[in-house]
Design a protein around this ligand. Structure first.
Ligand SMILES: CC(=O)SCCNC(=O)CCNC(=O)[C@H](O)C(C)(C)COP(=O)(O)OP(=O)(O)OC[C@H]1O[C@@H](n2cnc3c(N)ncnc32)[C@H](O)[C@@H]1OP(=O)(O)O
Ligand SMILES: CC(C)C(=O)C(=O)O
Length: 558
């Protein structure tokens, strides 16, 4: 970083809006929502979704209740085009849902996009061109007048070329985005939007959508609100326009900017589930919608099964919802700290069905979105290794070493995938025990005894390998080392012990030791075994044996 003074970057200039109204307003209704997951979200994925994944994702968006869904950029690629065709040809678009497509202001792309829409009942045709001084200069090498002409020419071209489609029964609504709006002079954004409207000729019953994007977030959210309020105040035909917000999250305040933009008078919000999108992402619609809900405003989107939604999202995007992501993250309904747990425990019983939600530290009833306060112990195919380790520790006293979490997590995740439902803690423990504690083949320890000599530890071992019993002995710097050396005399795979940890399990006469041992085979495979016994040495020996049994089984599976 540059040493002070920081001259490399400049502050964003404030907006002159002395009579701004938005700071004293409150949100009192849900905006119109438009999901751009399948376009802005998809275009930001290293591996864009397949047509099948897009179909699944679209069905989920419909189920959530989105009435406007930007489904892609059909002139960009065959896959995007084919997806739009499938939606239309297979009649997958419900009556009350409008698809939206994005297109640059270029004739060939407009024509191709219109082709993709043949037979649709309705569509929002979303045209954009970038308007900021830097974009005008670097990307287009064009004057303001030329930038306006790019947009108005495209709108005129669209209006003319869409006539056969319209005559065939497709209703087209125009959305225009002055891309890089927040970095554009407000007067120029207004000028270009009005020029576009002039060509399109919207009416109060057939409005134009003017989408004002924070293409890259450069300023604090209050600046965005000022820009939106300024734009709405100065727009000539406000009653013929819907003002739409489209924020990104470069400074981490995309959600705040959207909420303030709504206070500033916007009608509509574009965003994605869990904020997927370019760079740091788009606005997270889940959060804005549930923020409204927790203020007593129904968002008209249904997130009552948020785990399922997250599951489809993760499967289709190959992204993960971070554990601290509002509402949907694994850990957001989990209190680890004692004072939080105490306050929750005390306030929860005071909650009655009639009263407004008031449980301390939990701003939303987890049940409303299909979650529970014990979310960490709700393990399904979405759950992480931390949750599995937490359950094994909390319910069974098994304090797995951190490095073991990943492989145990994977084991449980596979099981959850296979069952396709949430797993109970008993099922998780049973799966852990079967894999790590009770694996008694092909090796089974029958007898182990160690004795200390003056210089080393010596062990006598009786071990079953497949069905044959072997008597072995070895010497090392401790019982584990001696056992490893004893096994070296057999035909078993060679390995070394990478890590070892143990703790006691239970108290008093019933107490046992549990031991976790990580081995590395000569082939470079690293994996854990675990063992319990009243004898601490034997617990470790059993852990080595299960690690070896697992290794042999995995090698055989390959
Ligand atoms: C902020 C956003 O997210 S906007 C959406 C961005 N999304 C995408 O770009 C995903 C899909 N896009 C694509 O697949 C491709 O960009 C295509 C198919 C649309 C176009 O491909 P190509 O023409 O091969 O390349 P490319 O996008 O680089 O085109 C750049 C040209 O378009 C011009 N251009 C860029 N945006 C626009 C626009 N909105 N309207 C008109 N012209 C534009 C550029 O000035 C440049 O012109 P030049 O060739 O005279 O220098
Ligand atoms: C096309 C526009 C709306 C866009 O995606 C952006 O500016 O981020």
């Amino acid at each position: 970083m540059q040493a002070p003074p920081v001259t490399k970057y400049r502050a964003f200039p404030p907006i002159h809006l002395p009579d701004r109204q938005w700071p004293s307003r409150s949100l009192d209704r849900a905006p119109a929502w438009c999901s751009v997951d399948l376009r802005d979200g998809n275009q930001a994925l290293a591996q864009p979704m397949s047509v099948e994944e897009k179909i699944d994702y679209f069905a989920m968006l419909v189920k959530i209740g989105f009435k406007e869904i930007e489904v892609g950029f059909p002139s960009a690629s065959q896959i995007e085009f084919d997806f739009v065709r499938r939606l239309i040809d297979e009649q997958l678009i419900p009556e009350d849902v409008t698809i939206q497509i994005l297109c640059q202001c270029r004739e060939d792309l407009i024509s191709r996009s219109l082709e993709s829409l043949q037979g649709a009942r309705r569509a929002i045709f979303h045209l954009y061109n970038s308007t900021s001084p830097k974009q005008r200069d670097y990307v287009f090498g064009a004057t303001k007048a030329e930038i306006v002409a790019i947009a108005t020419h495209a709108v005129g071209f669209l209006k003319e070329k869409m006539q056969p489609l319209v005559a065939g029964g497709t209703a087209i609504q125009l959305e225009y985005s002055p891309e890089s709006f927040t970095s554009t002079e407000l007067e120029f954004s207004l000028e270009i939007c009005e020029a576009v409207s002039e060509v399109w000729q919207p009416t109060p019953t057939d409005k134009i959508i003017l989408n004002l994007p924070a293409t890259v977030e450069y300023a604090t959210p209050n600046v965005y609100a000022d820009q939106i309020e300024w734009f709405g105040k100065h727009l000539r035909h406000r009653d013929r326009s819907l003002i739409s917000l489209h924020t990104h999250n470069d400074r981490g305040t995309g959600i705040a900017a959207t909420e303030l933009g709504l206070l500033a008078g916007a009608d509509r919000v574009e965003g994605t589930l869990f904020g997927n999108g370019e760079r740091t992402g788009n606005l997270d619609i889940v959060t804005v919608a549930l923020n409204l809900y927790t203020h007593g405003i129904h968002p008209a989107l249904d997130f009552s099964q948020i785990n399922e939604i997250r599951d489809t999202y993760e499967r289709c995007t190959k992204l993960e919802v971070p554990p601290r992501s509002p509402y949907a993250g694994d850990l957001v309904f989990t209190a680890f700290s004692g004072s939080h747990q105490d306050a929750i425990k005390k306030s929860w019983p005071k909650q009655s069905g009639e009263k407004p939600w008031d449980v301390l530290y939990i701003p939303i009833d987890p049940a409303d979105i299909g979650r529970s306060y014990k979310a960490i112990i709700r393990i399904n195919s979405q759950s992480g290794k931390g949750g599995v380790a937490y359950i094994l520790e909390r319910e069974y006293g098994l304090d797995l070493p951190k490095a073991m979490h990943r492989e145990v997590g994977r084991l449980i995740n596979t099981l959850a995938d296979q069952t396709g439902r949430e797993l109970t803690s008993q099922e998780i423990h049973a799966a852990f025990a079967a894999e790590y504690l009770d694996r008694a083949a092909p090796l089974a320890i029958q007898h182990f005894k160690s004795t200390e000599t003056e210089t080393a530890v010596r062990c006598e071992v009786s071990i079953k390998i497949d069905e044959a019993v072997h008597a072995l002995h070895g010497e090392g710097n401790g019982p584990i080392d001696a056992f490893v050396r004893a096994l070296a005399s057999t035909a078993l795979p060679k390995f070394e012990v990478l890590s070892y940890s143990e703790h006691s399990l239970g108290k008093g006469a019933e107490a046992k030791a549990v031991s976790y041992i990580q081995i590395k085979t000569a082939q470079g495979q690293t994996l854990y075994g675990a063992g319990t016994d009243t004898n601490i040495e034997l617990a470790s020996i059993k852990a080595i044996v299960t690690a070896l049994n697992r290794s042999i089984a995995k090698t055989a599976d390959k």
